[in-house]
Ligand binder design. Structure first.
Ligand code: GDP
Length: 366
């Protein structure tokens, strides 16, 4: 069979993997004009679906942006900043200004100071070599902050195009669909358009006579916790509702297990309270440090779940990261899982996470 290209976006049609570009059900091949499922949904329901790309194709696509003038809007998942941030974005998009948008703010506990979240996002981006013009927090799903963001985009773009970029799973499709739903009148005009040197089209949503908002494909980021766990486990670890913090009074030499996916040892310090912010469905298990290894080897996948069986097969071994904390209270952030607020004082803790998953320290958001 020779390659058939999608008439909408140019991707090579395949009938094997619905999650990959160019997927169409076998029955679609009999039609005269073959389009992929993504373009089908766009055409008939005005609904945008994200398609993942492997690094090389994706980076080349993003690189096209540097040849054009416009505003780049990067979406990240507040719960997985390190897993969802696109490294090297500055190099890829040239001198174009970048607006950073933290999505999924609906699951943050009300006690979290949003100003601090914005400052943390801005600083984290800067540490990774990206100076951003501004930071916005939204919930694409609950339509919170989207209106305000639309206005900011319109002011900042000064008549130029807008490019929405993000890794898979940050909520980019949800965001674009909310944007489309909020802006009546544009529905009929959405198309896909090619960029030079690429096959897959960017989704083109006209903003005015001369400029457009482009949705780019998503890239798979291997260090996202989401890629190490089964679909079932992903449902457990992804917060769906406002997080209810859980408080643990710990003595030194005690350990907390977050399911069996991560662990925090309290090595040195006075008895104090540790506040855990994870999905409400994730079980936290307290034990003595001296028993922690044994518990893991004997009860992983039973007492300590997730991981389930499927996850255990692909989960990398846990790796240790030790932090000595002095002064202010700090958050130990387990990228893609949640965080623990450690009280002020003189404290040493050791975090254990699957190799490749990032753990970092930030000033407490509360
Ligand atoms: P994409 O791969 O970036 O296009 O991401 P999707 O739009 O498919 O969303 C990925 C997951 O995040 C889905 O399970 C969405 O339901 C969820 N999601 C998207 N936006 C939000 C949000 O604002 N809040 C919450 N809690 N979940 C969201």
């Amino acid at each position: 069979m020779s390659d058939i290209q999608c008439q909408g976006c140019g991707a090579t049609i395949q009938t094997i993997n619905p999650e990959q570009p160019g997927y169409a059900p076998a029955s679609a091949l009999e039609r005269e004009e073959v389009i992929c499922k993504r373009c089908f949904r766009l055409k008939h329901y005005n609904e945008v679906q994200d398609v993942p790309y492997q690094d090389d194709d994706f980076l080349e696509m993003l690189n096209q942006i540097s040849n054009n003038e416009g505003l780049v809007v990067q979406l990240v998942d507040i719960f997985d900043f390190n897993g969802s941030f696109i490294p090297g974005l500055k190099r890829l998009t040239g001198n174009n200004p970048v607006l950073l948008v933290g999505n999924k703010m609906d699951v943050l506990p009300k006690s979290v100071n949003q100003g601090k979240v914005k400052l943390w996002l801005k600083k984290s981006a800067k540490d990774l070599g990206l100076k951003v013009e501004d930071v916005h927090l939204i919930s694409a799903e609950k339509n919170q902050g989207v209106e305000k963001l639309s206005k900011a985009i319109d002011e900042m773009r000064t008549g130029r195009d807008v490019y929405i970029v993000g890794t898979t799973n940050v909520g980019k499709s949800t965001f674009i669909n909310t944007l489309i739903a909020n802006t009546s009148g544009v529905k009929e005009a959405i198309t896909t358009s090619y960029f030079p040197g690429t096959t897959l089209g960017f989704i083109d949503i006209p903003l005015d006579e001369a400029s457009s908002l482009y949705d780019t494909p998503g890239v798979i980021h291997r260090h996202q916790m989401a890629h190490y766990v089964s679909d079932q486990d992903l449902k457990v670890i992804t917060p769906r509702k406002e997080i209810k913090p859980k408080v643990y009074q710990l003595n030194p030499e005690q350990t907390l297990y977050f399911g069996g996916l991560a662990r925090l040892d309290f090595n040195i310090g006075d008895r104090s309270s540790f506040i855990c912010y994870f999905s409400n469905e994730l079980n936290i298990h307290r034990t003595k440090l001296e028993k922690a290894d044994e518990l893991y080897s004997n009860h992983l996948g039973e007492l300590l779940t997730p991981p389930d069986k499927e996850t255990i097969e692909k989960l990398p071994p846990l790796k240790e990261h030790t932090f000595k904390i002095k002064g202010e209270k700090m958050d130990i952030v387990f990228s893609g899982l949640g965080w623990v607020t450690v009280p002020e004082g003189n404290i040493t803790v050791t975090a254990h996470v699957p190799e490749g998953v990032k753990v970092s320290l930030r000033e407490s958001l509360i």
